[in-house]
Write a protein that binds this ligand. Structure first.
Ligand code: ACO
Length: 331
């Protein structure tokens, strides 16, 4: 959805990553892999792993507090909380409800988005619509994942890819200065559901002792299926966002992509004709943190001064569903 006049703008961002670092060398001691394979095929060198006593809501709250501080607001100023996650604290209720309580926010609507790696962009788009209509004014959007608890640590195809973390943004009405959310695009195509999923633990296949033994409560992925569609769909969604904003690739100062695989990002960069030097990358240090990946990278880019006020930033993400999307934001 695009518009001439921005309706919402990012007022502040924040991020949190657990302290514990798990390197490729650490993994090579427990599964049949190597630092060289992981770095060459994915660009990942290490990832963060949550403490045993840490929950997704704890990480979300840490990122949210930093975003609120950056926005100059408190939790009481919020009138909606949206959390993108597939690894919330409980199957029911929403992680956002727990975040609301821990933050000390009022009795505002708080709900989760289940769009895997695209969760933050879904949240961003939804909050933009609410602010655009005038129904809500200050919305917290969080992307948080505690994927280390839903990985089969004996499966080298998946366990080397993911990490834990949280990122957040507070959105509010745009000032009349051209800054703000210019366009968001969201898509879903369920034809690849079985290529990237957690097969059991939902209502289709409740968990049994046999399912647990077969790790059916853990992430299953056919990586090559996802790789091909990721390059194609991230490129087309990015082009759609640029068209909405009536901009070209050269107008984009920074691209903040979902950090799933450096080779996917490099191919998207080539197709969009935007040099990789204009991409904010941190996959080397965090791996794929799913819905947290874009807000963590965005926050890093803003805090280290690369992304400046007025810069046009393109974001794109794709994950399980498959769900994907893009956003064009003037910071
Ligand atoms: N270490 C060593 N060898 C490995 C590893 C590993 N960690 N993992 C796989 N291999 C082996 C395979 O078994 C295979 O061996 P074989 O040829 O003997 O059968 C070989 O390496 C090549 O495997 P491929 O799957 O073809 O490797 P590829 O180059 O495609 O890389 C990867 C695999 C990294 C998973 C890639 O396909 C990918 O990144 N896919 C996309 C992931 C993604 O974007 N996911 C979406 C987001 S996730 C979410 O939504 C929660």
């Amino acid at each position: 959805m695009g518009s001439e006049r921005p309706g919402s703008q990012i007022l502040g961002t924040g991020a949190y990553a657990p302290e514990k670092v798990l390197t490729n060398h650490d993994l090579a001691r427990t599964v049949d892999t190597s630092d060289e394979w992981i770095r060459e095929r994915t660009g990942i060198r290490e990832r963060r792993i949550a403490r045993d006593d840490e929950t997704a809501s704890d990480m979300a709250v840490a990122a949210a507090k930093r975003a609120l501080e950056a926005a100059g607001l408190t939790a009481r100023d919020l009138d909606m909380i949206i959390v993108g996650t597939v690894t919330g604290d409980l199957p029911m209720p929403a992680c956002a409800a727990i975040v609301q309580h821990k933050l000390g926010a009022s009795n505002i609507p708080a709900f989760d988005i289940s769009a895997a790696c695209a969760g933050f962009l879904y949240g961003l788009s939804i909050s933009d619509q609410f602010i655009r209509t005038g129904a809500h004014k200050r919305i917290l959007v969080v992307g948080v994942e505690l994927l280390s608890r839903v990985l089969n640590w004996q499966d080298r195809v998946t366990c080397v890819l993911f990490g834990d973390g949280a990122g957040a943004a507070v959105l509010g009405p745009a000032a009349d200065d051209g800054r703000g959310v210019l366009s968001t695009r969201l898509y879903t195509d369920s034809s690849l559901v079985e290529s990237l999923c957690i097969p059991a633990g939902g209502s289709r296949e409740p968990l049994t002792a046999e399912g647990l033994e077969k790790h059916r409560d853990k992430v299953f992925m056919v990586g090559s299926d996802i790789f091909k569609i990721a390059v194609k769909n991230l490129t087309s969604a990015s082009r759609a966002a640029l068209e909405d904003g009536k901009l070209t690739a050269s107008d984009v100062k920074w691209v903040v992509p979902h950090q799933a695989n450096l080779r996917i990002i490099a191919q998207v960069a080539m197709r969009l004709d935007i040099p990789l030097t204009r991409f904010v990358l941190n996959i080397e240090r965090y791996g794929n943190t799913s819905s947290a990946s874009i807000p963590i990278a965005l926050d890093e880019g803003i805090r280290d001064g690369r992304i400046q006020k007025g810069d046009t930033v393109l974001m794109c993400a794709l994950g399980a569903g498959i769900s994907w999307g893009s956003a064009l934001v003037r910071i």
